[in-house]
Design a protein around this ligand. Sequence first.
Ligand SMILES: [Zn+2]
Length: 307
Amino acid sequence: MRIGYFRRVTRLVRRCAFYLALGALGAGLAGCGAPGTAGRGAASPAPSTPSAGAASPDGGARVPPRPGNPQQQGRVPAAGGPAPVFSRAVPRPGTAAPKVVALTFDADMTADQGPRAARGERFDNPGLIEALRALKVPSTVFMTGRWAEEYPAQAKSIGTDTLFETGNHSYSHYAFTADCYGLPVVDRTRMLADVERARRAFERAGVRNTVPYFRFPGGCHDDAALRAVAPAGVTAVQWDVVSGDAFATDAGAVAEQVLAGVRPGSLVVMHCTRSAAPVTEEAVRRIVPALRDRGYRFVKVSELMRG
Ligand SMILES: [Zn+2]
């Protein structure tokens, strides 16, 4: 157990180092999140910390998911307050945790990656989306506005398919805190505008199944960032399981990491971009039947929040 944990951490740190290097070049893929490598507010996989889901990654109070709580609808609980944060489902006291798990896929593309796309780099992953359809896995896609502009047909296809729901992953995939994997940083005064710009890009592409959830690029956030995006009416959605698919080349290792990390109510972060997550489709094809064999049912984040 302990050896396995350190092996996973070592693997994550190695990937993060690679990610950091590429992040400095503007590759900017979210979901690294190894312990000690991320800025304040980034999620930790914390496989040996049972209480990982009990508090938000930034240490703030997390409202437990229950019917009627404002977090479910992504509403801001108090005027001027920070956006709520959701990282995983926590069972109601005295009840058994339902064996549900939410797979989430970040469709990353930074605002300055257009020239790379023009040169043929693929930031989409249609094979992954088709696999999710074939396997009938309800999923939540966190899309950047820039991605929706680059791939409007795919954005519309995902955004009009009831198998999926679409959350906001910012327009530019720039960081909302300093020191976030080397990503360029959005000025505090531009944060809300960046979120709204993504929303307008989804509208233009014909995305209809939007949900009021926001995933911070890299998962990096602090109280000021939560307050900046709160007027958009969003809940910040983090995760408790890091798939490690960023820059992975071994689908089996990604699948192994997810299968080792998932608990009832878990929320898994993965990516929908062949450029920087080339083995995600294959990993999903391994993860889905394995978790179903264990009795898990796949749900969207919205269902996970309902508890
Ligand atoms: Zn991302």
